[in-house]
Design a protein around this ligand. Structure first.
Ligand code: FMN
Length: 261
């Protein structure tokens, strides 16, 4: 059998490594744009689903998603502390998750049960619009579940308390357990319930066990069996984003402007 020198073997292995790393690096660079585009597309789809403009699992082209999104959804930047709109922010390029990690664009979060450590100074909100009419407010929400940070959207009617929908677009909870937060049947249980109680405090809570229908049991949602901890995380994060540290200042201004109009 032919004997190869050590230098040949090392050189050959190094050559294979180099070729492989070039292939991997090139694919990462070439595919990055497509991956980013797919992420945006996925988020747009989730916004359309929570806005009632698309069915869960509906097969639809990327162009059609973009079209429905552009025709019906308006994105606006909100200053979380004042509740005012910030028209200086380019909502197309603004990356809220990146901003949350940037000390210049975020602040340390007040103590909370949602596991949120930093808050962006500006948050993007989505409005479902028909002409000049705002039909729905879609708020980005995030916070800790059991294993992971859950990222999603909460849709509120213009009264700012009636929940129209809830969806998560990213999480790492266990499929079949905490992952059941993606189950359309469970998500449908949120519609028609109330985010705030009569005193204006965030009240919607995922309970252990079964809740009644929204008319009789407006502040409670069925728990997910075997997944109390994820359910608790969902309660905590939804309540956080409904609180004064989240979107409450914006929602108060939104209500005031509507009643003045
Ligand atoms: C492998 C494994 C994965 C689990 N994943 C989840 C999960 O994603 N979410 C969750 O709340 N509980 C999960 N649990 C269960 C929790 O440890 C805990 O028992 C449960 O949340 C309690 O809910 P229950 O009171 O409804 O039974 C998991 C347990 C195991 C062993």
């Amino acid at each position: 059998m032919k004997q190869y020198s050590n230098a040949y073997i090392i050189g050959f292995a190094a050559g294979v490594c180099l070729v492989c790393s070039i292939v991997v690096a090139t694919s990462a660079v070439v595919l990055k744009e497509r991956q980013d585009r797919n992420k945006v597309l996925d988020r747009q789809k989730k916004v359309l689903i929570v806005a009632g403009l698309m069915e869960e699992g509906q097969k639809i082209t990327a162009d059609a998603v973009q079209q429905i999104f552009d025709d019906n959804i308006r994105i606006r930047a909100v200053d979380l502390q004042t509740g005012d709109f910030d028209s200086d922010i380019d909502t197309v390029t603004y990356d809220q998750r990146k901003a949350t990690k940037d000390p210049a664009l975020s602040r340390v979060a007040p103590e909370n049960r949602a596991g949120i450590t930093r808050l962006p100074l500006k948050a993007l909100i989505y409005e479902r619009v028909a002409g000049d009419e705002i039909e729905l407010l879609i708020l980005p929400i995030e916070g800790k579940g059991l294993w992971s940070t859950l990222y999603g959207f909460l849709a509120l009617a213009p009264d700012t308390t009636t929940i129209e929908g809830l969806t998560f677009y990213e999480h790492g909870e266990t499929p079949g357990l905490g992952g059941e937060i993606d189950n359309p049947r469970w998500k449908s249980l949120w519609k028609g319930r109330s985010a705030y109680d009569a005193e204006g405090k965030p009240a919607i809570t995922v309970i252990k066990g079964a809740a009644g229908p929204p008319e009789d049991d407006p502040f409670r949602v069925d728990g997910l069996s075997g997944s109390t901890l994820t359910g608790r995380g969902v309660s905590n994060l939804v309540q956080f984003w409904l609180s004064d540290d989240g979107f409450a200042p914006f929602l108060a201004k939104f209500r005031a402007e509507r009643s003045a109009a």
